[in-house]
Design a protein around this ligand. Sequence first.
Ligand code: NAD
Ligand code: MG
Length: 393
Amino acid sequence: MAGIKGITVLGSTGSIGLSTLDVIARHPQRYRVVALTANRQVERMVQQCLHFRPSYAVMSDAGAAEQLSLLLREQGCDTQVLAGVSGLEQVSALPEVDYVMAAIVGGAGLPPALAAARAGKRILLANKEALVMSGALFMDEVRQSGAELLPIDSEHNAIFQCMPPGFERGLAETGVRKILLTASGGPFRSLPVEQLSQVSPEQAVAHPNWSMGRKISVDSASMMNKGLEVIEACWLFNTGPDHIQVVLHPQSVIHSMVEYSDGSVLAQLGNPDMRTPIAHALAWPERIDAGVPSLDMFAVARLDFEPPDMQRFPCLRLAIEAIQTGGTAPAVLNAANEVVVEAFLQELIPFTDIPRIIEQTLERLPAQPASDLETIFAVDGEARRLASTLIPG
Ligand code: NAD
Ligand code: MG
């Protein structure tokens, strides 16, 4: 173990952020928190600053930054408070930062994740939306700067653990036949399809196996999450959707698998606890305690598998079509999804409008080459505006 590592945790007040700080707190001799960031949860950020004493804290919201600054001064904490996207980018590229946990939800996480990539950091990527929006450009930045990209998404972390050395050169070249991406199927896996239009936000965010932020919980219920993960896997593992098979596995014990040309299938198993992939990526290639108990195989007892139902889950089809189309199509898909998920959470649209409005947005904004970031951000804004106009009322 070489020296203490400085860490920035983007989105430290969220579900992944909290799990990350839990792992870091177990290893004070290995990791030092340099910066924490949040949108506007001031109270939680005050507690985190008092506990971890970071050099910087960033609030995206300027008002929240002012509030935080006052409260920290009252408590005698000398953490420097920054605000906005420029603050997020700044703490992702500081020389004293070795690792950046990218755990902001949605497209808002892309600019600081890119800043970390450009600065050649080890990026612990939870923010899958960043790769969905700008996979080709993001991977280029990583390669050019020599940054290390380690997946936190449990499936991609599992795949990474099962991959052969040198997989970046291409799956076929390194003896991999395909990736088996597992999915729990979420809370509506076996609900009668005709009842899907009636489900409430509370039902949608009540995931059977994982406790997560609200947006990704709705994505899991619609299986857009799995669609975004197919796209994420294409970029991370330098492959296409034809080499990725989605497998419903309701127990969420196998986190994904890799099949080799000799017929071997390697799987990574564990309790559904994000501290395992977080600890893996923090310590890689070493292993550290994550605070996760042993998997009780006798309590698990059985593992079930079934193919996904594409009629029930049109979002999965839309995401696979978007990566097949390429260019800006995945960015449009992601932007429209963020808008409709928020509308569903605010009870403005029924659950079944989620794929309907995304599909309409994709139809009205034909894909163009995703040649630079300006194009991506412009298309992202356009898709958000268009999707908003398709929300009734
Ligand atoms: P969350 O909603 O619990 O937390 C999101 C964090 O981002 C919070 O700290 C919030 O303050 C911050 N944030 C929100 N909007 C922001 C904005 N506009 N600008 C700056 N910061 C903002 O979400 P989560 O469940 O922790 O998920 C975070 C990311 O990790 C998502 O991309 C999600 O898909 C991915 N992920 C999460 C899990 C999980 O188990 N929670 C698993 C795999 C992948
Ligand atoms: Mg996942």
